[in-house]
Design a protein around this ligand. Sequence first.
Ligand SMILES: [Zn+2]
Ligand SMILES: [Zn+2]
Length: 247
Amino acid sequence: MWQIKNLLLKLANNCIDFLFPSSCPLCGAPVSVHGELCADCWASFNWISNPKCTKCGYPFPANLDLGLNPICPNCASGKCPLDMIRSACVYDGVSRETVLPFKHGGRIKYSNFMSRAMMWSMRDMELKPDIIIPVPLAWRRLRHRGYNQATLLARPISKAMNVKMDLDSIRRIYRPDMGHKNAVQRAENIRGVFKVSRPDRIRGKKILLVDDVMTTGATFAELRRVLMKAGAVSVYGVVFCRVVRVI
Ligand SMILES: [Zn+2]
Ligand SMILES: [Zn+2]
């Protein structure tokens, strides 16, 4: 059933593309490159650029001169959830208005510009992962939604980097939504939800995780824990947007 839902969504999105070629996916204004944002929509996002934390990509104020490889206090105290993280933009009103319909409203065509922005955010990483893993959804949620938004973002990244995407080496057990819980509650709620089903594919590998949003980093930290336990060498992550708290 969920495959049919996914297929219908793809067909609907293709029909819209056919009827309105080369229009901004967010506002419908004409654009010269298919799937790209118009200048106004592009300018409305809070894109992350330098200076930022070399490890987790946390954006620092633009007027700060922090030297070549600045590190944020969180990473300096060893609390970075992964070996390295990049995010295309800050989670705010605009990115939330993009991510919610992308995740829950079937706007799967947003994956084009979102994944391109994510690749752009990784340009300074010099990353050569062995496999790319979209953060898994529990089967029950996948069946309900019809698609995993992280897989839609990971697919073009996998193609552009020429790195295999792995969809079945790690599984997620269903747990009710985390809602607005704090960092400690989120970490407790996520513990034990991921199971590595194919450790042979994880052992000795450099892994790039892909997701749409990073909130507290608890999901990434838990994934890294189980992947490292299964023998991964390093675990990196890229998201479209991340929550930025004042630190
Ligand atoms: Zn637009
Ligand atoms: Zn950092």
